[in-house]
Every structure is written in C-alpha cells, then in structure tokens.
Design a protein around this ligand. Structure first.
Ligand SMILES: Cc1cc2nc3c(=O)[nH]c(=O)nc-3n(C[C@H](O)[C@H](O)[C@H](O)COP(=O)(O)O)c2cc1C
Length: 186
C-alpha cells in the first residue's frame, strides 16, 4: 500500500455516530459540496441533486415523525426497546444533513460517487459523516414520509432520494471495521 494524504484519509475514515454540538462553517460545507461536485459522472451528465438541511427544527421534526412511525410499526416490545435504546435523532446529532437525490429514471451510481467524494473531503478537514440509508424506509416508503420530503427537501420534479449524509464535528473515534480481501481476483 502506498501511503499519501489521500490513501490515509480513505483508510482513516469511519462512519461517525456521535457528534459535538455546533454547526459546521460555511467554508466547511462549501468544501464538502465542491468536492462532491468534482466527482466523475457518466458523460459528465451530473445526474444528481443535493438538498442540504441545517435547520435543527426541521431535522428534529423528521426525527420525531420517523420515531413515532417506527414505534407504531414495531412488531414487539423488544423492538420498541431496541428503538428506544438508540438516539432519536435521525442524524445521530449531526447538525447538517445533505440529502442526495438522482433522476428516478436513471441509476443512483453517479450520485454515489459524489457522496463518497463528500465523505472523504469531510474527513480530510476534520468533519465526521454518516450515510443515512435506514431512514429511507420512512422517507420514501410511507405517505407521511413522502409528504415530509415534498414539503422540506424541494427536490426537482422526477428526482428520487438515495440517502442522507449526516455531517458534523465527530465526538467519537471508532475502530476500523474489518474488510473482506477475498472479494477480488487479479
Ligand atoms: C448506502 C449506505 C447506507 C447506510 N445507512 C446507514 C444507516 O442508516 N445507519 C447507520 O448507522 N449506518 C449506515 N451506513 C453506514 C454503514 O453501516 C458503514 O459504512 C459500515 O458499517 C462500514 O463502517 P465504516 O463506514 O465505519 O467503515 C450506511 C452506509 C451506506 C454506504
């Protein structure tokens, strides 16, 4: 392995599930977004759209609604206990969520390159991040969730959400999770 700033950032990045209080700066947000938009895309068609939410009241509203939905749809008391043992905040307390969308007729591949660029850029400037895929069950899979998305994210017509990306100042340093080296033939 050749070590340089980029490979080190890739190796050191972790999903962060605990954040310090405090909004990220405009310059930090701009850096993350700009690095996202520098990602490659098929024929440079840039098939993506980002909706950035930094309003704590809006994120709290989503957290409350998603929590109520999870509890209402839990199959057992054990599941309710499990839900209650986790943070209610959909972003795990991160003050910024970048919701990533793509044209629904197209593949989400391109937006994922953009998202990973943002994740690495965030890490390289001392920010933590976490992909939020689980919350899509509520945001895309329920009428209330879709209504919330329509009202708050203002996606262009014909765009579909892929996931959110929580971003903030990390308040934990988790160990690396193992990776499978058998998944390649050379
Ligand atoms: C598309 C996608 C969706 C994810 N959704 C969630 C999620 O909803 N909640 C969560 O805690 N982690 C989520 N993760 C984070 C993964 O669990 C994490 O990347 C994986 O366990 C590897 O750990 P690492 O990122 O620290 O290397 C998601 C990751 C990806 C790529």
């Amino acid at each position: 392995m050749i070590w340089n700033e980029v490979t080190k950032a890739i190796a050191d990045r972790r999903s962060i599930r605990a954040y310090k209080a405090g909004q990220i700066t405009e310059e930090e947000l701009e850096t993350v977004l700009e690095c996202g938009f520098l990602a490659p895309s098929g024929a440079n068609r840039q098939q993506w759209f980002l909706s950035v939410v930094q309003d704590a009241a809006v994120l709290d509203d989503l957290s409350e609604k998603a929590y109520a939905w999870r509890v209402a749809n839990a199959g057992s008391q054990e599941e309710i206990d499990r839900i209650n043992s986790r943070p209610k905040s959909v972003s795990m307390g991160a003050p910024t969520v970048i919701f990533c969308a793509y044209p629904s007729e197209e593949s989400p591949v391109n937006v994922s390159f953009l998202a990973e660029n943002m994740v690495l850029a965030a890490h390289s400037i001392g920010l933590g991040s976490l992909f939020l895929g689980g919350i899509m069950a509520y945001m895309k899979g329920t009428p209330e969730g879709r209504e919330w998305v329509g009202k708050n994210l203002r996606l262009p017509e014909g765009y579909e959400l892929a996931y959110g990306l929580a971003v903030g100042y990390p308040d934990e340093s988790p160990a690396a999770k193992p990776r499978e080296r058998k998944l390649v033939r050379i």
